[in-house]
Design a protein around this ligand. Structure first.
Ligand SMILES: C[S@@+](CC[C@H](N)C(=O)[O-])C[C@H]1O[C@@H](n2cnc3c(N)ncnc32)[C@H](O)[C@@H]1O
Length: 175
């Protein structure tokens, strides 16, 4: 007979296994979980200039703090996350927040971006060529793209937010 302790032990092992597998998967698909600076949330919001009800997506939403801040600013915010650990942290944050956001355990490469008004990401430039194609193909004219840390090669930013000793943030608009 399996004791309750044995059962918990197996569950923990499965959870650790899932955390590790999805961690490596996220590295292969884009980048692992490195949270953005909380101080930079307001900088992103200033660039985004969210109008009530606009759709704000975070591709690889990590612990969800960006989408919660966007929701507080009036957006319908959605985050997509493929790594189990940050996804759980984001879900816990959501429970303790009064903001309404959607946090989906999903590979953002498979998400249709056509309804987004603002797309934010903190991802590595290695995947930018593929991401650029996706954004160009799916985003509607006028949609905003906000890139944290690294600029998008070949795109002309509408605005650049540069602060000493802090990551630069780039705003683009789809023509
Ligand atoms: C550098 S972190 C940024 C987290 C969050 N956006 C922030 O700014 O704090 C990138 C996140 O993207 C997630 N990620 C990487 N590839 C992904 C994919 N294909 N689909 C969904 N999430 C992905 C990683 O697990 C990680 O949490």
């Amino acid at each position: 007979m399996t004791s309750p302790l044995h059962f918990i032990y197996i569950l923990l092992l499965i959870l650790i296994f899932l955390i590790l597998i999805t961690f490596f998967y996220s590295v292969v698909r884009a980048i692992s979980w490195v949270p953005m600076w909380s101080k930079d949330l307001i900088r992103v919001l200033n660039l985004a200039q969210i109008k009530p009800g606009q759709k704000f997506y975070d591709l690889g939403c990590g612990d969800g703090k960006m989408i919660l801040a966007a929701a507080k600013a009036g957006a319908q915010a959605e985050g997509f996350e493929i790594s189990v650990l940050p996804y759980i942290v984001a879900k816990i944050r959501q429970i303790f927040s009064k903001e309404k956001v959607k946090i989906k355990f999903r590979d953002f490469w498979l998400v249709d971006l056509s309804r987004a008004d603002i797309v934010f990401f903190f991802l590595i430039p290695r995947i930018y060529p593929k991401l650029k194609n996706k954004l160009n193909k799916e985003l509607k004219p006028g949609a905003k793209v906000i890139a944290y840390v690294w600029p998008i090669d070949g795109w002309e930013p509408t605005q650049i937010d540069k602060v000493l000793n802090r990551p630069t943030i780039y705003l683009y608009e789809i023509k």
